[in-house]
Design a protein around this ligand. Sequence first.
Ligand code: ZN
Length: 145
Amino acid sequence: METFKNSFVQSIPEQLMPGVLYVSMERSVAIHLCACGCGNEVVTPLSPVDWQLQYDGEVISLYPSIGNWNFKCQSHYWIVENKIKWAGSWSKKQIDEGRNHHRSRRKKLESKKSDIPLKQNAPLTAEKERISMLRRILRFFGATH
Ligand SMILES: [Zn+2]
C-alpha cells in the first residue's frame, strides 16, 4: 500500500479500511491503519501542537512524520499528497528525541484543553462520540508512548 485515499467523515467509523485516511474536521483528528499493513490504528489529532493537515482540495499531507515506535513494525513514514514516503528507521536517540518533543507538545495541548469548558446541553450522541474519540486517542498514545 503506497497511497491513501482520503475520506472526510463526521465521525470516525469503528471499522477502518486499510489504505483510507479518515479525517474528521469536527473531531479535529485523522485516523488510518498503519501503512505497513500491520492493522494498528494510527490516531493523529490535528492541532497546532499535534499534526497539521494540509488539504489542497484533492490530496492530503500530514506534518510531522508518523513514527509508530511502539508497534512491532516500528513504521516511520510521511504522508505527502496521499502518498506514503517511508522515512526509514531511526536510531534510538532520534526516537527518544522525537518522543520527548511529542510529549512536551502533548503537555501543552492537554493544559490548553482543560481550559475549555465542557459544552452544556451537548446532544448525548455527540458527547458519546467525543468520549469514544478521546478513548481512541488515549489508546493510541498509550500504545506508542
Ligand atoms: Zn505497522
